[in-house]
Ligand binder design. Structure first.
Ligand code: ATP
Ligand code: MG
Length: 551
């Protein structure tokens, strides 16, 4: 029992304690995205925590859109967010919107006005921020702070009814202009915005602020553990204040460290800029850290969840190594993905003793971990292609692939011997003339081994495919540390996308796994939606190997 305890993260400890003491009798969490962009890997961490904790303790999770800012939000994002959460493998019990509670929030605001706890302020935005003071100096009270509840109520209703222009007035909570917590210096509750809302349409022209909204929404839904990122810890006292002041269900907020990844940007605002400026092809560009981007890149939900599990939940900000995520992707794909042979930089190889026109079909396992499992048929003919790099003329001793006079096994098939090297006028190798040893066919008598095995494709049957080889989008390790005199776009990697092509065994194009596959000895690739029957396109997911090992 004691042993087990030690492995709990701090949120699990809190939850177990709350269940043990009876503070709560079940767990209800929520995931609160603002529908102003697509979800990214940081959100995946939050999703795994919110849904993961609820799952672990027999609880539930709501999906609640934090849609209080109509000018930036859109149903395009609402739909995409749902798709991404489902893809990651999570199910919410209720789909809710902060805007569902606009009437209730408005009601509460009037109550606060009547109790003398809120007032309408006519100061400009600048005057309000100036009046707030600084951490060292107390703020100055607004000249409108002592309006009577009757006057405030009338003005607030006029705000609601559209009598004033944007920015002309705000509703503020009347707390303490000298509070050491700046959040308590009469925070704004409502601002005027004559904007159409994606759900409430033109019903409202005043919209509640985040702080006045979030805790109350949690409370209305009886969220037991409202889990968010560390930057919200300074908001927590205000979160509690509104709940206590209104005397409603006491939801509680807990904060964990955001996910930051090396070479990666995770601010929706900046990702939006990349899309709008055409620096990437869209939110789902495979170089984007968005969930739709990594999905198109061939990352699996299993790999992302494995990654979130490995990084755990901490209370201190950390920069995580993107190689750990890539390692998880490799782990998952290595176990599950289908294998195919693709030659990317071909050199012609002719089997001189192969009967003219003969084709032999080899039955090859789709995944070597399951040799008796599903297979694909691979045609072997007299004319083949191998990788140029798998042949070397003056090869060092340790080179175990093909060399003049040397032997190698063509994967799944025969051992061949290089008898002759044909070159063009400038000395480039144009053809390797080889002979095969029929007795080395796998399963035909005694197994003879040679040091090297290389992949190949039949020249007659090979299909041409386009390759999009992706690399990191940025060159700076910590994109949170862009120097003052620079812009994050100064660190774009000019080689983040290079086009290539390949010659593939024909079965690749019939692959029905719907996920990334392994190009044997090369890397993992996934078929892109841009593919046409005449031009299949494959995105590079991740290289096959890497020296990286997780601790
Ligand atoms: P961004 O700064 O990228 O715009 P956000 O915090 O504004 O992100 P929201 O839609 O408000 O985005 O986030 C929904 C939830 O996901 C919030 O609870 C937020 O704390 C969490 N979240 C956002 N980014 C990260 C991250 N990098 N790591 C962990 N959780 C995150
Ligand atoms: Mg936000």
């Amino acid at each position: 029992m004691e042993e087990e305890k030690k492995n709990l993260n701090f949120l699990e400890e809190i939850i177990e304690e709350d269940l043990r003491t009876g503070k709560v009798d079940g767990i209800l969490t929520r995931f609160p995205p603002e529908p102003n962009g697509y979800l990214h890997l940081g959100h995946a961490k939050s999703l795994c925590i919110n849904f993961g904790l609820a799952q672990k303790y027999g609880g539930k999770t709501n999906l609640r859109y934090d849609d209080t800012n109509p000018t930036k939000e859109d149903t395009e994002f609402v739909d995409a967010i749902k798709e991404d959460i489902k893809w990651l493998g999570f199910k919410w019990v209720k789909e809710l919107y902060a805007s569902d509670y606009f009437d209730q929030l408005y009601q509460w605001a009037e109550e606060m006005i009547i109790k003398g706890l809120a007032y309408v302020d006519d100061q400009t935005q600048e005057e309000i921020s100036e009046g707030r003071g600084t951490v060292e100096t107390p703020g100055k009270e607004s000249p409108y702070r002592n309006r009577t509840p009757e006057e405030n109520l009338r003005l607030f209703r006029e705000m609601r009814d559209g009598k004033y222009a944007d920015g002309e007035k705000v509703l503020r909570a009347k707390i303490d202009m000298a509070s050491p917590n700046m959040m308590f210096r009469d925070p704004i509750m409502y601002r005027i915005k004559h904007a159409r809302h994606h759900r409430t349409g033109d019903k409202w022209c005043i919209y509640p602020m985040y702080d006045y909204t979030h805790g109350q929404c949690d409370s209305i839904e009886h969220i037991t553990h409202s889990i968010c990122t560390l930057e919200f810890d300074v908001h927590r006292p205000l979160y509690d204040w509104y709940i206590q002041t209104l005397g409603i269900y006491p939801s509680h907020q807990y904060e964990f460290a955001r996910l930051n990844l090396t070479y990666t940007l995770m601010s929706k605002r900046k990702l939006l800029e990349l899309v709008q400026k055409g620096i990437v092809s869209g939110w789902d560009d495979p170089r984007m850290p968005t969930l739709c981007g990594v999905r198109r890149r061939g990352y699996t939900p299993e790999a992302i969840r494995m990654f979130c599990d490995k990084i755990g939940v901490s209370k201190r900000d950390q920069l995580m190594d993107i190689q750990l995520l890539e390692w998880c992707v490799r782990q998952d794909l290595n176990a599950r993905s289908n294998r195919y042979m693709v030659v990317q930089d071909p050199v012609k190889l002719t089997i001189t003793n192969w009967p003219e026109g003969q084709v032999e079909w080899f039955d090859c396992p789709l995944n070597p971990a399951d040799p008796e499992g599903p297979s694909r048929k691979v045609p072997f003919t007299g004319g083949l292609f191998i990788e140029r790099a798998d042949f070397m003329e003056d090869a060092p001793k340790k080179f175990f692939r093909l060399r003049p006079g040397g032997e190698v096994r063509l994967k799944y098939t025969y051992i061949i011997k290089c008898d002759e090297v044909v070159k063009d006028e400038s000395g480039n190798v144009t053809e390797l003339r080889c002979s095969y040893d029929p007795s080395t066919r796998p399963g035909a008598g005694e197994w003879r081994s040679v040091k090297g095995t290389i992949h190949w494709v039949s020249a007659v049957y090979a299909k041409k495919i386009t390759l999009r080889n992706y690399d990191r989008l940025f060159t700076l390790v910590d994109m949170g540390q862009v120097p003052q005199d620079k812009d994050y776009k100064d660190f774009l990697n000019p080689d983040s996308l290079t086009l290539g092509c390949g010659l593939a065994e024909p079965a690749l194009l019939d692959d029905a796994s719907g996920m990334a596959v392994q190009f044997e000895r090369t890397g993992y690739y996934v078929k892109d939606a841009d593919s046409t029957p005449g031009e299949p396109v494959f995105n590079k997911t991740v290289s096959l190997k890497d020296s990286y090992k997780p601790e």
